[in-house]
Structures are given as structure tokens and as C-alpha cells.
Design a binder for this molecule. Structure first.
Ligand SMILES: Cc1cc2nc3c(=O)[nH]c(=O)nc-3n(C[C@H](O)[C@H](O)[C@H](O)COP(=O)(O)OP(=O)(O)OC[C@H]3O[C@@H](n4cnc5c(N)ncnc54)[C@H](O)[C@@H]3O)c2cc1C
Length: 350
């Protein structure tokens, strides 16, 4: 009898929505536990906010700029499943501006980047996983056996699953729940308590080396929050390494400014940000070419301690993602890990 209920409780198939760091971590761990997993990703490739924009034959990091490896668990995961070759330490000299506009060194920390671009990590992690790209999941419904049917934006059923794990930013997760007729999004404050804020991003190539004594900066400026010399990261500088030629910098606007100008024209935003950069470094730099991207959901806005993940046992629906674990790449990894720990404790996976 015990065996029968134990077996009925076991999750054998899972749909994971989103193939960012949290979705890829959850999928890898579930696959190791013998669970059949399909990932659904609305974009053309994996990685989510571990993102790079194509420029010529190479690409520039436009999402996460670097990541930390604080836990042995994260390092072991990366080395085992992505491989040591797809990431490296970035020894860039980072400076931040004090309110009285003086430049000071960043707190000492070891920072890592994907090589030759951030997406090298998600590409490597996704090898061997069943991922359906360009498939935006619009809603979920139960079949007659109480399995989850997963519907794409064309109303096509993408499969039947014992459980669903949603790894999208909270606003998109909430919409998915509402469109699936699940009122957990109304009952659980988690969907509102840990919002992600917008971030306008410009990648710009300068013909002359930018006259700033550093490879990255955090500014005290009404528009610009962050700028980094993409070309200073390992494996970026030469085309032969898969990098991009020229002095490419990535600029991130402040969250409040990005929210306020979410719907402004890209050309106007680009000009404001490039002018802002020239003001911050106090030099009349001119970009030869540039790319712009608007992140509607970029970084966590809450400094409250987040719960790590969510699992709704009756529904067999889970949530994980950076926003549930303090933001950042390593947080996304940890959030997926904590969800799987709960599933194991409940006897839902082995
Ligand atoms: C501009 C910027 C700068 C950052 N800087 C840093 C940094 O320096 N250091 C750091 O550690 N972190 C940084 N971050 C944060 C870091 O990128 C994230 O914490 C991490 O990548 C989040 O991973 P995730 O899996 O939780 O979410 P995501 O990467 O957002 O993954 C969610 C995935 O779900 C997909 N998706 C959404 N809706 C659907 C749907 N309906 N159907 C199918 N797929 C869907 C999305 O396309 C996406 O691929 C930055 C982020 C941005 C945007």
C-alpha cells in the first residue's frame, strides 16, 4: 500500500517554462533524477537574461555582466554540466562613483563571465536537454487524467506532464497563472512582492579607446547606472577567439529612468544614454556604431529576503527564478536547487 501511494506521488514528467539559468538548472537536476523533462522557451536560444547580442561574427553581453560563484555547489555544477572552458574569471578593474563624484574601487570579489560570451554557459548547459525554442507557453489546463496540458501561443498542445515548473519573471508567471484559471496568483503575494524592473541597454563601439581608468563603472548619474568595457572580458578582444573587434562598451540605464521611459523611442533613449556616458567619464566620446535593447524585466527591485522558490503541491506547479532568491545568476541556480530539494523531501522525485 505504502509503495503504491509512494509511486503515485512520484513525478515522472515535467514541463519547464523558460530556459534561463534557473530552468536549465532545474532541467539538468531533474534529468539526473530520472525525470522526463521538456523545456519551452519563447526565444530562439537558451539563456534568458544570460544574453548576448550578435554583432558581426561575434556578440556582446547585454544582460548579466558577470556572475559570482560563492558556493562549491555552483562551481561543481558549472564544471560538470557546462565545462570549465565556457567560463573564466574577469579581472576587470571596476570603479564606483561616490555621491560627491569621486571614483573608488569596487569591493574585492572574484567575478566570472561566459567565454567568449555569456551565452556560452547556457549553450553548454542546454546540450542534451529537450528544449522547444520559439515556443511561448500561453496557458495550462488539466487533461482527464489530471495531467497538465501545456498550450503554446497558437493554441497547440505541447504535451502532457505530471508537473509544471515556471521560471519566467514574476509578472509573466502571474499572467500565465491567470490565463490558466489558477487563482494562486491572486492568493499568493509572492507574485507582487519581488518585482523585476526595466533596464534600457546600449552596446556601443568607440573608434578610440575610452579614456576611463577602469573596465567597468557604477555611476552616480540620473540616467546611467552601469557601463563596462565588453572588450576587457576574457576571449572578447580578438575575432579569432569568437570575439568582436573594436572597443565595445555596454551601458545600462538606471531602473527608475528605464521604467519612466519604457515606451520612449529607441533612438532618443540611445542618444540620452550615450550623452550620459560621456558626462560620467567626462570625455567627449563618440560611438561609431551601437545596438539597443529594452529589458522589461531585468533586475530585482526588492531587498526583502525572498522565499527561494514556490511549490504548490495540490496543483503540482512550482516557481523558481532569480527573483525568488535575491536576484542574480547564482540566485537563479540556487532557486532551482531549493525547489528540487523540496520535491525530494516530499518524495515527489528520487
Ligand atoms: C541588464 C541586466 C544586467 C544584469 N546584471 C547581472 C550581473 O551583473 N550579475 C548577475 O549575477 N546577474 C545579473 N543580472 C541578472 C541575471 O541575468 C538573472 O538573475 C538570471 O540570468 C536570471 O535567470 P532566470 O532563469 O531566473 O530567468 P531568465 O533568465 O529571465 O529566464 C526566463 C526565461 O523564460 C522565458 N520565458 C518567459 N516567458 C515565457 C513563456 N510564456 N513561454 C516560454 N518561455 C518564456 C524567457 O525568454 C527566458 O529565457 C542582470 C540582468 C539584466 C537583464
Amino acid at each position: 500500500m505504502a509503495n503504491t501511494s509512494e509511486s503515485a506521488n512520484l513525478i515522472r514528467s515535467v514541463a519547464i517554462i523558460g530556459s534561463g539559468m534557473s530552468g536549465l538548472t532545474a532541467a539538468t537536476r531533474l534529468k539526473d533524477a530520472g525525470v522526463s523533462v521538456v523545456l519551452f522557451e519563447k526565444s530562439r536560444g537558451p539563456g534568458g537574461r544570460l544574453a548576448a547580442k550578435r554583432v558581426g561574427d561575434g556578440a556582446i553581453d547585454i544582460g548579466a555582466q558577470y556572475f559570482t560563484i560563492r558556493s562549491d555547489d555552483f562551481r561543481e555544477f558549472l564544471d560538470t554540466y557546462a565545462g570549465k572552458d565556457c567560463y573564466a574569471q574577469w579581472d576587470g578593474k571596476l570603479r564606483y562613483q561616490t555621491p560627491d563624484k569621486r571614483w573608488t574601487a569596487f569591493r574585492a570579489s572574484t567575478r566570472y563571465v561566459g567565454v567568449p560570451r555569456m551565452t556560452a554557459i547556457s549553450r553548454a548547459l542546454s546540450a542534451g536537454l529537450d528544449i522547444r525554442f520559439e515556443t511561448r507557453i500561453s496557458h495550462l489546463a488539466r487533461d482527464e487524467n489530471q495531467k497538465w496540458l501545456v498550450f503554446d501561443a497558437d493554441e497547440q498542445v505541447e504535451g502532457h506532464f505530471d508537473a509544471v515548473i515556471v521560471t519566467t519573471p514574476p509578472a509573466q508567471a502571474r499572467d500565465l497563472m491567470i490565463d490558466s484559471g489558477l487563482d494562486i496568483s491572486l492568493q499568493d503575494p509572492v507574485f507582487h512582492d519581488y518585482p523585476l524592473q526595466a533596464c534600457w541597454t546600449v552596446a556601443a563601439r568607440f573608434s578610440e579607446p575610452v579614456p576611463f581608468d577602469g573596465d567597468g563603472l557604477s555611476a552616480e548619474h540620473p540616467i546611467l547606472q552601469w557601463a563596462a568595457n565588453n572588450s576587457s572580458k576574457p576571449g572578447r578582444a580578438s575575432k579569432a577567439d569568437g570575439g568582436v573587434e573594436g572597443d565595445w562598451w555596454v551601458l545600462h540605464a538606471r531602473a527608475d529612468w528605464s521604467e519612466m521611459h519604457q515606451h520612449a523611442s529607441a533612438d532618443w533613449v540611445r542618444e540620452q544614454m550615450l550623452n550620459g556616458f560621456a558626462e560620467v567619464i567626462d570625455a567627449p566620446v563618440r560611438a561609431e556604431e551601437s545596438r539597443i535593447h529594452r529589458w522589461l524585466y531585468a533586475k530585482t527591485a526588492s531587498d526583502q529576503k525572498a522565499p527561494g522558490h514556490r511549490w504548490y503541491p495540490v496543483l503540482r506547479v512550482g516557481l523558481c527564478g532569480d527573483w525568488l532568491q535575491g536576484g542574480r545568476v547564482e540566485g537563479a541556480f540556487e532557486s532551482a536547487g531549493s525547489l528540487l530539494d523540496e520535491l525530494r523531501q516530499r518524495g515527489a522525485i528520487r
